[in-house]
Ligand binder design. Structure first.
Ligand SMILES: CC(C)(COP(=O)(O)OP(=O)(O)OC[C@H]1O[C@@H](n2cnc3c(N)ncnc32)[C@H](O)[C@@H]1OP(=O)(O)O)[C@@H](O)C(=O)NCCC(=O)NCCS
Length: 288
């Protein structure tokens, strides 16, 4: 090794760069104009890494421990390997074809929701009046996934089509109850309806969001609409920190579907809505 080690004096750094030396007494990277002229003329065998041919051979035989380190600002670390990253692979799905967007529902979406609700068997459907009530009382708890076809430039945009919805109210207990699903008779004139000490319908002080309907238009089922909508819904509620939990009643075949979002199965529900046979499922935001 020592046969090939020659230190070059570093006179004036090029562009103000400090010479990066592998180790004292070893050949260093050219740092000055003087160094460069030396490498170009007298030492054609030197490589850009500053090592001679012989040293390159030696390197193959035994790995040298680099004793000098270059300090890297951790804030910049993520910027360095961008050329290693592959662009995210996205395979187009049936959901993409809908050009979906998610938006809070309002009283103007009542007929859209009535249409989507046909996904349920008749006895389980929410009535038009209940949609009017829920979308007017607590639109912030009701979310829709819409589709809008791509139309040629200059043509008027059609009204977006509601493909799937989540409609909910608040309740004070930990689960969905029959009372929380009811329609208060005088809801347009009263802020809240209380009967025998129990709130009927939406309890604006309730810490539980009770989902009364998750439905997707039959022709768009199986395209991940419900999953996308549910993920978006949970994310919004969690981020806004506006509830302690989300509760829903479900039939057995959908228990794994809700478990995939973090809902826990709390067993048979007391709800007798549409003949009963429901299980309570709850997603808790605060476990402690
Ligand atoms: C249940 C419903 C909302 C699902 O909507 P969707 O957009 O088709 O659901 P997704 O495409 O996001 O399905 C995702 C997963 O949910 C599960 N799933 C969906 N529908 C299911 C069903 N009918 N039975 C069992 N699992 C089902 C599957 O695991 C599915 O995964 P996969 O696509 O890998 O098979 C829809 O079928 C519907 O509107 N049904 C009628 C109303 C209803 O029953 N709502 C639920 C009230 S609790």
């Amino acid at each position: 090794m020592s046969d090939h080690t020659t230190s070059y004096p570093s006179d004036q750094p090029i562009n103000g760069l400090k010479p990066l030396s592998n180790a004292d007494n070893n050949i260093s990277l050219p740092a000055t104009g003087d160094d460069l002229s030396r490498l170009g003329g007298d030492r054609p065998e030197a490589f850009a890494n500053g090592l001679s041919l012989q040293e390159m051979d030696d390197e193959d035989d035994e790995e040298e421990v680099d004793e000098d380190y270059v300090a890297v600002d951790h804030e910049d670390v993520n910027e360095y390997p961008y050329w290693f990253r592959r662009p995210p692979v996205h395979h187009r799905t049936k959901l993409d074809e809908l050009h979906p967007f998610v938006q809070v529902l309002t009283g103007s979406n009542v007929e859209d929701c009535v249409n989507v609700e046909t996904a349920f068997p008749e006895q389980e459907r929410c009535t038009r009046e209940k949609f009017m009530y829920r979308l007017n009382k607590c639109p912030e708890l009701c979310l829709g996934l819409f589709t809008l076809p791509i139309i040629p430039e200059g043509q008027p945009k059609p009204r977006p089509t509601l493909v799937g919805h989540i409609v909910a109210t608040r309740t004070s207990g930990p689960n969905v109850t029959d009372k929380s699903m009811e329609l208060p008779a005088n809801w347009q004139n009263e802020r809240m309806c209380v009967q025998n000490g129990e709130v009927i319908g939406h309890d604006e002080d309730g810490a539980t969001i009770a989902i009364h309907s998750l439905a997707v238009l039959p022709e768009h089922q199986g395209k991940q609409v419900a999953s996308t909508l549910m993920k978006s819904y949970i994310h919004r509620i969690r981020e806004a920190q506006i509830a302690e939990r989300i509760a829903i009643i479900v039939h057995d075949h959908l228990i794994p579907f809700y478990e995939s979002f973090g809902f826990e199965n709390r067993g048979p529900s007391k709800c007798q809505f549409a003949g009963g046979g429901w299980s309570d499922m709850v997603l808790e935001f605060y476990h402690e």
